[in-house]
Design a protein around this ligand. Sequence first.
Ligand SMILES: C[S@@+](CC[C@H](N)C(=O)[O-])C[C@H]1O[C@@H](n2cnc3c(N)ncnc32)[C@H](O)[C@@H]1O
Length: 272
Amino acid sequence: MTGFYEDIGPWSEIKLEIIKKYSQAYSQILSTQQVPLKHVYIDAFAGAGTHISRKTGETVPGSPQNALYVLPPFKKYYFIDIKKLKIRELEKISQDRKDVFIYHGDCNRILIEDILPKIRYEDYYRALCLLDPYGLHLEWEVIKKASDMKTIEIFLNFPLFDINRNVLWCDPEKTDKKNIERMNRFWGDNSWREEAYQTQYGLFEDKDIKKHNYAITKAFQKRLKEIGDFKFVIDPLPMKNSRNAVIYYLFFATHNQTGANIARDIFKQYRR
Ligand SMILES: C[S@@+](CC[C@H](N)C(=O)[O-])C[C@H]1O[C@@H](n2cnc3c(N)ncnc32)[C@H](O)[C@@H]1O
């Protein structure tokens, strides 16, 4: 952390590049429809809008700042962060723009109660929503509401590092209750446990063995489709550190075929 700004690893810079590329294509397409659509950008875990690159030591624009520079512009921008200092930075980069709406507080509540219900199909609203927490801070209710609106596409950070470190312990009986509850809120119920462990039957006792990380990630992809009811959920992109360890998976879900095709193409460029 340098002042208000956080140091980010190369994997975060890649994420920013991917979202920037997609936002550009999205805004271009939505701005040139025959029906005048109002497309908005929602950054739920917005951050300060600026970071420090661990690689170069230079400042790099964060996701809200990148979105503000997309051309043609979105019709509105919604930025949310739970930290007051980050809100002040977001206010600075937004420079009193009338198309920017900044919220201070828990994005789970703000999205459900205020922002997502505004993105109504019949009012010609469409939205690109970035759900990019550090860990298990997002609630399933938000994902489901975004899908139910049928107008919202999401990028979602599946926080594997937090999940592995705090929830999916080799001995599941030892995981503390608070972390189980965080996982339940993120997953929507406690069915993640069946996806993450398999029972090994023994002569004297049965034991739950943790499956490979990819099993839980694939189960979440299936859940976004089957329970979340998103029409397209493209294969998530593993975001890795220099030691080739996966920090998180980047998901993209939408109801729109074109959106899915574009995101799939962009992810493909980074799959190596
Ligand atoms: C990974 S950072 C966001 C980075 C940003 N998307 C980017 O790429 O530039 C996560 C941010 O979420 C904020 N945060 C954590 N919990 C939150 C919550 N419940 N509601 C809103 N913001 C939250 C943190 O203060 C932090 O700034």
